[in-house]
Design a protein around this ligand. Structure first.
Ligand SMILES: Nc1ncnc2c1ncn2[C@@H]1O[C@H](COP(=O)(O)OP(=O)(O)OP(=O)(O)O)[C@@H](O)[C@H]1O
Ligand code: SF4
Ligand SMILES: [Mg+2]
Length: 334
């Protein structure tokens, strides 16, 4: 798949009064047109900060990109001027956030907000923009779009508001969408509907999609591949079904074992012991070692790079890599 976006060795830190928090420490990942990459990891692992650096909306200061490249359609976005970045962000990449209510403007109707996208970016008249707004609302299956176009955000349910956010993101037919926990605030059944809609539109528009979540349950059906993050690093990447079947990193296995599963009803849910590290004092060696059931002496001293993960006989497993000294043992434990 041709790379639409390729992030290379990205580093981001936050310089605060209390010290420097190393939030992103050499992240590399990519997504092609029509492909979905899920980014997974506990709270604080750097999923959102990576996305913000890609979009150019990092809270700066205190956040600073201190290294790496963000190649989008072959151009390194980190070298563009603010104005150029704004243009790319408006037309070619869009972001969907968890909380639609705080992302939408409460004092304007949804029709006005959707229409504004077309007025500002495509120079449409107010009237034509309104027609487009209704079309988009239909597109994301908001019932009675024509009547509801003049309603305000608070008049919609959480699920419907999230559909409006998706409509806003899709308005200019971007090549890339980053969805940061797009369904976390919703009921489980509504979550599935919104996720299905997003996946369907992504296929229809052959957009690249980066889906950030800490819910392994939702990604299985929609993602092509997964990147697992821990303490600002990618610790494992794999095609989605392979990751579920045979993780190569103890942290990934911990995450998998902590999802409720119907076939294990009644059994106690596993929880990874301990807490993610303080980003101002990331442990030496493997950052996961204080919590890892597999840790050995080498883990305390030597930081494992992302090793290519292969079959025992050396057969390549395309797209697979794991940052663990004992990835072979973990892979074979399944
Ligand atoms: N505005 C900020 N100021 C200071 N530090 C920040 C800021 N934003 C993020 N950080 C630091 O970066 C770390 C990673 O944050 P990030 O939001 O990327 O986590 P996440 O993986 O998206 O977690 P969650 O699942 O909770 O959304 C935080 O734990 C925090 O230390
Ligand atoms: S390198 Fe060591 S501590 Fe880190 S995940 Fe692998 S076994 Fe665990
Ligand atoms: Mg986040």
């Amino acid at each position: 798949m041709s790379a639409l976006l390729e992030v290379r060795d990205l580093h981001v830190e936050f310089r605060t009064r209390d010290g420097v928090a190393k939030a992103v420490n050499g992240v590399s990942y990519g997504v092609g047109a029509g492909e979905t990459l899920a980014v997974l990891g506990e709270s604080g692992s750097g999923k959102s900060v990576t996305a913000q650096a890609i979009m150019g909306i990092l809270d700066s200061p205190p956040g600073h990109v201190t290294g790496g490249q963000v190649l989008f359609q072959g151009r390194d976005l980190l070298t563009l001027s603010k104005e150029e970045r704004r243009r790319v962000r408006g037309a070619k990449m869009a972001m969907i956030f968890q909380d639609a209510l705080s992302s939408l403007n409460p004092v304007h109707t949804v029709g006005a907000q959707l229409g504004e996208m077309f007025q500002v970016h495509e120079g449409m008249s107010r009237k034509d923009a309104r027609v487009k707004a209704v079309e988009l609302m239909d597109r994301v299956r908001i019932p009675a779009a024509k009547e509801r176009v003049n309603d305000y955000p608070h008049q919609f349910s959480g699920g419907m508001r999230q559909r409006i956010m998706i409509a806003m993101a899709l308005a200019l037919e971007p090549d890339l969408i980053i969805a940061d926990e797009p369904t976390t605030a919703l009921d489980v059944t509504v979550q599935a509907q919104v996720m299905d809609l997003l996946a369907e539109l992504q296929r229809e528009f052959t957009m690249g999609l980066i889906l950030i979540t800490h819910d392994l349950g939702v990604v299985a059906d929609v993602a092509d591949k997964i990147a697992v993050m821990y303490a600002g690093r990618i610790v494992e990447t794999a095609p989605v079904h392979e990751l579920y079947k045979r993780p190569a990193h103890p942290y990934t296995r911990g995450l998998l074992d902590s999802i409720p599963r119907l076939d294990r009803k009644g059994q106690e849910l596993y929880a990874i012991k301990g807490l993610p590290p303080n980003l101002m004092a990331i442990p030496p060696g493997c950052p996961f070692h204080p919590r890892c059931p597999r840790a050995q002496d080498v883990c305390v001293t030597d930081r494992p790079p992302l090793f290519p993960v292969t079959e025992n006989d050396g057969t390549e497993l395309p797209g697979r890599a794991g940052a663990c000294h004992f990835w072979k043992d973990e892979l074979n434990a399944s």
